[in-house]
Design a protein around this ligand. Sequence first.
Ligand code: ASP
Ligand code: MG
Length: 412
Amino acid sequence: MLVVQKYGGTSVADVDRIRNVAKRVISYREKGDKVVVVLSAMAGETDKLLNLAYSIDKFPDEREVDVLISTGEQVSSALLAIMLKNMLCDAVSMQGHQVRIVTDSSYTKARIATIEKDRLAAELDKGRVVVVSGFQGIDEKGDITTLGRGGSDTTAVALAAALQADICEIYTDVDGVYTTDPSVCHKARRLDKISYDEMLEMASLGAKVLQIRSVELAKKYNVPILVKTSFGDGPGTLVCKEGATMSMEKVVIAGVTYNKNEAKIVVRKVPDKPGMAAKIFTALSDAKIVVDVIVQNVSKKDKTDITFTVSRTDAKKAYKIMEEMAKKIGAAGVSIDEDIAKVSIVGSGMISHAGIASKMFAVLADEGINIKAITTSEIKLSCVVESKYGQLAVQSLHKAFGLDKEEIKEEM
Ligand code: ASP
Ligand code: MG
């Protein structure tokens, strides 16, 4: 097997942990696998370097920022190669420019264009473990670039795709992807597997295990990702194509997510005539404000309320823009509600199962939770509720859709 393993910052935080990484790598080598390791910087290192730059200039030159922050990964990968050799496992470290991971020139958020894999493949053929510095690449001019925060995940998936590896294992400090945030619902459990699309919905909604871009890339090239903890031997969560490794269990809903970072804005009594929604949402998009949920009420006496949510950081700005807009289009006024939470259920099974939406609404109704707005996509259903009910909503939905982990039964 050809395996790409990526270790996050906490997994290489000190020399002892780097030794543990080396032990795991060696155990794969002993099974006869070829191993490419991709590393993040040691925990906290990237922030430390960035803060040094910010201490000089609030807006430091981005080319130089990339020269600076790419060093974190250079350090960790050299240390692992030294460790592996010390443990008598032949290894070689390679930085992004040595592999030749070629990116565009968007410093601090570069995108990978091509990967030249010849040298890497040649090192693997010599029986060496290749330790690649994650997060970094080189542009056409030969300048160092980085791939955005969390970008080592993307390096790992891109290498796995280029080398047609059998699997991309991502080692982190959690033991997999959970059905919901365990701090919100203690009955959350680890999923054995999740589809790329479900993972994308879960990730964008707050399950921050993998950089979203890496999942998009994995989906595009059909790279199976196994998310595992580096602090034990759990089976982890496989992120793969829908139905790729069919299990017998029939899960309709993969998870419940919770977002407290949105605010709801209502533009009241908007004249019910063509062009009003276009005016409102063009003004918001011109201000680069991303709108999430949108609801338009049934009109009464040729007037209608338009409700939408935006991220809380944009709320004040959106409110101001809407106040001006209300005057311009003859709406009655604008109100803002920051006391909301968005609760969503995510699952590919929704496509082929009727009654998921009605069940979600019934569960919330049974708890006396009022729904303020609803939005749907093919595999996601979201309800906006009062923030004080957010946690209760997550817990009841988690239970109702059969996601609660089994209680540990007392010995008889
Ligand atoms: N070290 C980089 C960061 O902290 C990249 C990574 O860890 O994936 O964002
Ligand atoms: Mg990460």
